[in-house]
Design a protein around this ligand. Structure first.
Ligand code: CP
Ligand code: NVA
Length: 315
């Protein structure tokens, strides 16, 4: 019998029911951090970075330890990936040593290529197109603050074509959240991602709205979200990533137009004074520090869930 390996390369790799299971487990693990020990042994997880990271690196390494396992955290360039060993061969070899591979890389196709050779789950720790682990933590944070997700209105402001905008759309509608992406002209989400998100929204009854007007996009929102205007790898892309974005800054005036109980999320690192002001980031409606903490709980839950899919042990 062939075992189907479940990967987490983009947000819609989890069905709505599976995403809900992971989020419930994340809440349980936040209360009881050592309740699940699927990596006891220790079993290993490879954690590979081809871009900088603070939160993802610390939360995965700590989370894997709390699950009883051992994290092998490496800079991708120092491995043979830096000398062009194929991604498929790398996935095949790593599967002989570790029970899962967590990878932060550039194009989504690289993740798909490694997954095609791997016998263990591959987890996207951020690619150019998606940041699905972050969105699990964002959803966990919203559940904590709002009680439930279905029917919430979330507005993202900024680069609509980046990994966070894409993952918030896909992961958000999976949870039944109505997602609005407000971005300057030329920075709308990629059409194929919008299409995938609309397909998922059709299953859950959620809506997707694309807007060019930050002032109207935030009206009545339960959550405002932003991210850097220049993602890793875009530093020299020749585009003006400041001027057109200024009206999309989350500041007190814009926040005042959202629901009075709206929360503000940012995956961090923040560029204070650019996409968000100090007053908002450090203000009473900001939940960014809980959001950062929840990376730990959400990713532990994801790993427990993915490992259980493999062994057939339900968490
Ligand atoms: N939010 C996030 O992924 O942070 P790092 O880049 O520090 O991992
Ligand atoms: N969009 C940002 C997220 C950083 C966590 C980037 O890719 O750099």
């Amino acid at each position: 019998m062939t075992t189907v390996v479940k990967h987490f390369l983009r947000d819609d790799d989890l069905t709505p029911a599976q995403q809900a299971e992971v989020l419930e487990l994340a809440a349980r693990l936040k209360k009881a951090p050592f309740a699940e020990r699927p990596l006891e042994g220790p079993r290993g997880v490879g954690v590979i970075f081809e871009k900088n990271s603070t939160r993802t690196r610390f939360s995965f390494e700590m989370g894997i330890a709390q699950l009883g396992g051992h994290a092998i955290v490496v800079d991708g360039r120092s491995t043979q990936l830096g000398r062009e060993e194929t991604l498929q061969d790398t996935g095949r070899v790593l599967s002989r040593y570790v029970d899962a591979v967590v990878w932060r890389t550039f194009g989504q196709k690289r993740l798909e290529a490694m997954a095609s050779g791997a016998d263990v789950p591959i987890v996207n720790a951020l690619s150019d197109e998606f940041h699905p682990c972050q969105v699990l933590a964002d959803l966990q944070t919203l559940v904590e603050r709002k009680g439930s997700l279905k029917g919430l209105k979330l507005t993202y402001l900024g680069d609509g074509a980046n990994n966070m905008a894409h993952s918030l759309m896909l992961g958000g509608v999976t949870a039944g959240v109505d997602v609005t992406i407000a971005s300057p002209e030329g920075f709308a989400p990629l059409p194929w991602v919008v299409e995938a998100a609309r397909a998922r929204a059709g299953e859950t009854g959620a809506t997707i709205t694309l807007s060019g007007d930050p002032q109207t996009a935030v009206v009545g929102a339960d959550a405002l979200v932003t991210d850097t205007w220049t993602s890793m790898g875009q530093e020299n892309d020749g585009l003006d990533r400041v001027g057109p974005f200024r009206p999309f800054q989350i500041n007190e005036a814009l926040l005042a137009k959202a629901d009075a109980d709206a929360v503000v999320l940012h995956c961090l690192p923040a560029h204070r004074g650019e996409e968000i002001t100090d007053e908002v980031l450090d203000g009473p409606q900001s939940v960014v520090w809980d959001e950062a903490e929840n990376r730990l709980h959400a990713q532990k839950a994801l790993l427990v869930w993915l490992l259980a899919q493999r062994t057939g042990d339900r968490p």
